[in-house]
Ligand binder design. Sequence first.
Ligand code: C2O
Ligand code: CU
Length: 565
Amino acid sequence: MRYFLAGIILLNSIFSFSQNALFIPDTISGTSFSLQLQQGSTNFYSGITTSTMGVNGNLLGPTLFMNQHDFVSIQVENQIGDTTTIHWHGMHVSPSNDGGPHTVILPGQTWNPQFTVLDKASTYWYHPHLHMRTNEHVQKGIAGLIIVRDQEEAALLLPRKYGIDDFPMVIQTKAFDVNGEIVTTQTALDTSLMINGTVDPYLDVPAQVVRFRVLNGSSERVYYLGLSNNQSFYQIGSDGGLLSSPVALSRLQLAPGERAEILIDFSALNGQNISLISYGAELPNAIYGAAQPGMGGGQVIPNYTSNPLNGSNFSLIEYHVGSPTSNPISTIPTSLVTHSPWQEANAQATRSLTFTPVTMGPGAINGPFLINNMAFDMMMINYYIPFENIEVWSLTNQSPIAHPFHIHDVQFYILDINGVPPSPSLQGRKDVVLVPAGNTTVRFITRFEDHFNDTLPYMYHCHMLTHEDMGMMGQFIVNGPTAIQENEKPAATIIYQSSLSSILIETPSILNNEILEIFDVSGKKISQHFYSGNRLQVDVSSFSDGIYFIHFKSDVYKNEKFIKW
Ligand code: C2O
Ligand code: CU
């Protein structure tokens, strides 16, 4: 029997033997990060050694702590003996720092992205993104969390002691062959469940309010989280930031690529054990993980029904509640952060994306899937987007299975799902949204700001990694300011100072606390200044020689070019 571990898992899912302490990944903080992608081995099950890949270790990678506004530098050394890339999922970085399929790291090479952290406090993640090989490298073990902190979050009374009252939870499933090796072909069934690489985990938690940063890092499976005692828990964050206020939930759906920060109040449970369950039996059909993965009875994934995780309720982790810590957080805040989503009336473009299988009929559920009738092509740019455009993207799923759609560069706000505004837990900043089957349309709004690059694209794709690898992906370029038509706008003047070490920028009218940004030709932001009055001298002595653009954030003036030599 090929999937020999299925039987073990079946027992565990029914009786919930939780026997392994949850592994908590190490941390790296500061502004300089050193990551070595390496090969290794892991004993997921006692007596069985599995070849894996990890970052600074055998499996998964350290949790990176970054502060908003810090300028960070990351050394990514590739020692896996294979070409790969590393993408900072959810983070708002320039195309050259994004780690998409075009930014390959050859075996033995080191890649050094550097960027200013513009993101809001939230939980992001990093993982490989090599075209057609993403699933393989992620499944073998390369993935880690990034926790961004900011002042807004720091001012709130929330648990934030990593490994004490604030825990990472990377939920994944894998398929193993008879030799205990990870199988990553599309037909491999993911019968083995793990959190942070730990199978059958338990975790000692204090009897107080505890925060969990949950990532669905699985290739295909959707989870439907709830507590075994049916107590409510509170979602405080979605993919790209905190929600406006905590949302009390008894169930939370999490699709591949999505993150949620939740609070569980264990105060009244000292001495007890409770489990976090995935209520797969309650998942609507036409979602991977439900009893039926497709629309209608005709849609079949080979061996799907023999996977004990499908359509059933199973324990993800058992919490063993013990004594509280000193100074515990004991209350759930009433409000969190303020959101000001872009308004649809201000959208400058609407793009429609339709998902279809390559072939209709009974096998359609197995893909490949297309976006607007096209498979991914490295050489083909699907959209050119003017810098700073506010856009509505309308996603329609005409295939028989739900797809988690992810876009690079930006966070978005969901406008509606089949015309209905999203539930409170989906009203925050998002970079992945599950688009249900059955011709469902999900619309979101976003703005393509801060970064541009006229040649290097960003990706959008299905985050079911098997679908992505089979071509359910596209790419877009955010064009730089010179490509924008803005003849009607007045111009600022740039005067070169005699020494060439500074420039003087003058505007025809007086501005008040305007933000002035300077970009290089690759679209990388080099500096940012406050512009008040009608002139500003900018020191460019530290700039390397080349062409730069000045850009007024509120777009009152044309973007101007200057040359440093
Ligand atoms: Cu999490 Cu394009 O990826
Ligand atoms: Cu998909």
